[in-house]
Design a protein around this ligand. Structure first.
Ligand code: SF4
Length: 215
């Protein structure tokens, strides 16, 4: 099974075509949302750790799951150590009593299924790596500076694992699915590459439009 980047799950739940355009055809593009997202991640992207109020904050922690075929990184993992353990090594299995992944997002405090599933996938990776249940995480919204707790319920875990399987199936086909024009398209960084208003039309209309440009 091919190992997929964790962030692609977020793309897939935003729009399957977006995930396929990125991984099958290799498209990347920036818009104001991706640039703001990069700025928000600047600090969290620096690997290392710091300690705040007795909690170790592991930054840019690489994570993986062999079972799910995923790899990626967690922006921040809040790690509480076992009694008498310093847990200095981030990969030291058994040194932590709890781990809480925190994902940084650029927007206001809102709830998105794709963000929650991405965070849940991080938790599944941490559980496999550290042999420890990870029950909750948080999304930190930079614009509102609010933190939203996410509980990894059985429903969210099922949704996440099911989405990972669907993503694996989609990518095994090595095809980009047709566009479906929707409000989210306006904020998508691949809008100008995807051209959803045109590519969501039936094939006959797309052919007619192409002929118009050819004449
Ligand atoms: S523009 Fe719309 S259809 Fe195209 S990849 Fe983005 S979200 Fe998907």
């Amino acid at each position: 099974m091919e190992t997929l980047p964790l962030s692609l799950l977020n793309d897939f739940l935003y729009c399957p075509r977006r995930a396929a355009l990125k991984i099958v055809e290799g498209w990347r593009a920036e818009n104001k949302h991706t640039v703001l997202g990069d700025i928000v991640h600047e600090h969290a992207d620096l690997p290392g750790y710091e300690v705040a109020k007795g909690i170790k904050l592991l930054r840019a922690l690489p994570v993986f799951s062999d079972r799910l075929g995923l790899n990626g990184k967690c922006d921040i993992v809040e790690a509480r150590s076992q009694e008498g353990q310093s847990g200095l090594e981030p990969s030291h299995v058994g040194s932590y009593k709890s781990l809480v992944p925190v994902e940084y997002k650029k927007g206001k405090r809102r709830q998105f299924e794709n963000d929650d599933a991405q965070l849940c996938a991080q938790a599944l990776c941490l559980e496999e790596m550290f042999k420890l249940p990870v029950e909750r995480g948080a999304v930190f919204h930079a614009e509102s500076k609010r933190r939203r707790e996410v509980v990894f319920t059985p429903e969210l875990r099922t949704l996440t694992e099911e989405a990972i399987k669907q993503l694996q199936r989609l990518l095994a086909l090595e095809q980009v699915p047709p566009a479906e024009f929707k409000p989210a398209c306006e904020e998508c960084s691949l809008f100008k590459i995807c051209l959803p208003r045109v590519t969501s039309q039936p094939a006959s209309l797309r052919r007619a439009a192409a002929q118009l440009f050819e004449t």
